[in-house]
Design a protein around this ligand. Structure first.
Ligand SMILES: Nc1ncnc2c1ncn2[C@@H]1O[C@H](COP(=O)(O)OP(=O)(O)OP(=O)(O)O)[C@@H](O)[C@H]1O
Length: 294
């Protein structure tokens, strides 16, 4: 994860200074799932994006000339060796980091700062320890003056956390905290969900349960999801497409269509197609990991 320029605790929930400039040509409207009338997702267009960090004149090229179009409602996962710029790319989409070159458009609007249309979830959750789970989930909408009207409770129920509304984050397991974090994200009703290794600290079984819950939520709402992971099986299981990035500086190595039927359950991981995809992705990752070590 990027170690600087990170978001504030509740930036995704409270940011008001969203995109303002004129849009480029609109998305072609194609959705990975669902119809236009059902979908809640926003498209993301990334044009020739680059980001150079210059701490003490070091000139670190984190992301180099990345162009990528993500359709509204698409679920895209991002894989690549450590330090290849995945978090930097995500923080640029979030508007937390200003690109050195290129542009990003969220649903046709230039991204020039954080906005409530984009919500983030990290590996280490950002729940406020002194607030209850329900208060945490309600916080973003309340700060924006939105009426919550029992929505926090409904979302917590959807994430299997009914009965824990009045608990404090420290009283919940890691998996429960991440479920609360997803409920908090959904409470803000973002069109674009940006998830940076959200399940990587969880044990294998909890991780699988959360993957399935996330797919259920995504199936219902058709929000756009950009999901960073180091776990190849997770990347395939969740995605419509996988972006594999090169070793630093991060570029697009390959975009892979995950042509597995939806809705998916765990049995898909035992199919020949899943195995083929896995072998292909692993080959790409190994090439890049070797490159990174040379
Ligand atoms: N704020 C910063 N200042 C200077 N360099 C940075 C900053 N944030 C990231 N970098 C550098 O940019 C490069 C890309 O970092 P980034 O965190 O985006 O990669 P990543 O692919 O997400 O890594 P990981 O998989 O380990 O989380 C790395 O060389 C990193 O050290």
């Amino acid at each position: 994860m990027s170690d600087g320029a990170g978001p504030s605790e509740d930036a995704a929930a409270t940011a008001e200074d969203g995109p303002t400039e004129a849009p480029p040509s609109p998305s072609d409207g194609a959705t990975a799932s669902g119809t236009d009338s059902e979908r809640r997702g926003g498209s993301v267009h990334i044009e020739s994006l680059s980001k150079v960090y210059d701490p003490d004149g070091e000139h670190v090229v984190a992301v180099d000339d990345v162009t990528l179009n993500i359709d509204a409602g698409e679920f895209i996962t991002v894989l690549g060796p450590s330090g290849c710029g995945k978090s930097t790319l995500m923080n640029c989409i979030a508007g937390f980091i200003e690109p050195t070159g290129g542009n990003i458009y969220a649903d046709g609007e230039v991204v020039n700062g954080p906005g409530a249309d984009r919500g983030l979830v990290f590996q280490d959750n950002r729940l406020l320890p002194w607030k209850t789970i329900e208060e945490n989930v309600e916080l973003g909408p309340k700060m924006r003056g939105a009426v919550t009207d029992g929505r926090a409770r409904r979302l917590l129920e959807e994430m299997g956390l009914d009965g824990f509304e009045d608990a404090y984050p420290a009283e919940l397991s890691g998996g429960m905290q991440q479920r609360a974090e997803i409920a908090r994200l959904l409470a803000n009703d973002p069109e674009i969900m940006l998830m940076d290794e959200p399940f990587s600290a969880l044990d294998a079984l909890t991780k699988e349960i959360l993957q399935e819950m996330l797919l259920e939520v995504w199936d219902e709402d058709n929000r756009t999801v950009v999901f960073i992971t180091h776990d190849v099986e997770e990347a395939i299981f969740l995605a419509d497409r996988i972006l594999v990035m090169t070793a630093a500086p991060g570029r697009v190595k390959e975009l892979i269509d995950v042509d597995l039927d939806r809705p998916r359950d765990r049995s898909v991981t035992t199919t020949d197609r899943f195995t083929e995809l896995k072998e292909h992705v692993l080959e790409l990752i190994h090439e890049e990991a070797k490159e990174a070590m040379e």
